[in-house]
Design a protein around this ligand. Sequence first.
Ligand code: PAZ
Length: 398
Amino acid sequence: MSHSDSESAYFNNYPPPKALPKHESLAKSFIEYHVEADRRLVLVTSGGTTVPLENQTVRFIDNFSAGTRGATSAEYFLEQGYAVIFLHRQFSLLPYSRHYSHSTNCFLDFMDEGPPNDSNNSGHGPIVVRNEYQTEMRDVLRKYKYAKQNNRLLLIPYTTVSEYLFELRMLAKCMKPLGPNALFYLAAAVSDFFIPRDRMAEHKIQSSEIPPEFSNEEAVGSDDIYTGGFERKQPTSSKKLVINLDPVPKFLHQLVDGWSPEGSMIVSFKLETDPNLLVYKAQTALQRYAHHLVVGNLLSTRKWEVVFVTPEAPYERWIRVPKSRRSKSISGDEDQVGLAEAAKRQSEHPAVAATDAEEPPQDGDGHFGSREGTEIESLIIPELVKLHSKMIDKFHQQ
Ligand code: PAZ
């Protein structure tokens, strides 16, 4: 099946999200406004996608992504003068509010009740921001207000993988008038697998036998839900659930070859957990889709290092937060920083011992950041903006 056949098959199989027409009209006027200002515009995708198991969805498959990369990157793009369409998983982190919405950074911890205001004798004091947070919160608030008042940020939510794909296609097509001023920054963690609609249960999948008179389920065959009959253990009254997923068609082809504006820049992300695979997988994605940049990252080190894999020299470039400025992370593993680069060098030159890749020279001083250390997005975005500028210049010279 050709890419466009599998595109049509996918989109014909699913109804578009209800909010799509509303999002389209918001996106069109946002884009028109920035086309008139000759401003660059980036579509940032962020957060995970769900894969529903039932049409009337009670259960779904999800992934780990909280949307930190996307929300943080959006702020640095805004700082660089870009307008941002933020296509995000509903209820994942958002630019600016992300500073106060983590479970570890509960917004209530930033506030106090001031002394009671005697004039109205209520005994209640005004709610105030605690002294130690005034400077940082003022800074975040000002940036947020600036983005809002100047129409620089458009938030578009999605939940399921199919909603994400419908919204991505619609937004990319709406962005055509931007030409080379358009940038795609695809940081969302999109599921690679889904259940085609014709195999999806309509109602909540039952975990125990239902008397035949109640069972009118046709969409899920008895092969897809089985009771563990092949096992030695006596079957219990509870059923096992065997889920049969299809691969999601690779829409990056369509984005590169059809949906996106001529001359636009397309940046995708590649996440791996195995340091030996990271660069190889990023290179493979770049060759397969023939776009402009793959940003590779490992789950365990993604807050401190990424690799830029490009079709032109230097082909592979590591960006790292210097050791002294790394934020603490409960889920991350700092000992793994440098391992993917060392693995790559080892595979190229097996006789040469891996060198310490901990502290390569950094461009810029990485002074952007928060109270938790330097955010790696403060290093990624300025580098991307340079690459985007080069592409825009090249386009205009043609
Ligand atoms: O959302 P987050 O900050 O927790 O994670 C970011 C990320 C790892 C999802 C992103 O950097 C990424 O690699 N996205 C693409 C994942 C992939 O499809 O391979």
